[in-house]
Design a protein around this ligand. Structure first.
Ligand SMILES: [Cu+2]
Length: 105
């Protein structure tokens, strides 16, 4: 019984660590993966360029607009979301690269 309780507690702690509010988004093959991200206010998006070419994170949605600049292969950039809403991420270098982020309160 005690072991079950301890395992449950450990699971709860692990779960809270895993849900610490970080979302990793890969950039490779002309795509963000995942391309649909659900986050909460205060969460951090980590864009990881695992490709052999540079990419970019450009947000043109009103109220969320930002440009994280050219991102070289092997590098990562972070963006902490400060308010709820939905915005689109695009790569300024490659026209077809898109992702959508839904931020809940
Ligand atoms: Cu790109």
């Amino acid at each position: 019984m005690r072991a079950v309780i301890l395992l449950t507690l450990a699971g709860t702690v692990l779960a809270s660590v895993c849900h610490a509010g970080e979302h990793r988004i890969g950039m490779a093959g002309m795509a963000y993966a995942p391309a649909m991200i659900e986050a909460k206010v205060g969460d951090t998006l980590v864009f990881v360029n695992g490709d052999t070419q540079a990419h970019n994170v450009l947000i043109a949605t009103v109220g969320f607009s930002t440009d994280l600049g050219k991102q070289d292969p092997g590098s990562q950039t972070t963006l902490t979301v400060r308010k709820s809403g939905t915005f689109d991420v695009e790569c300024a270098i490659h026209e077809g690269m898109h992702a959508r982020v839904v931020v809940r309160p």
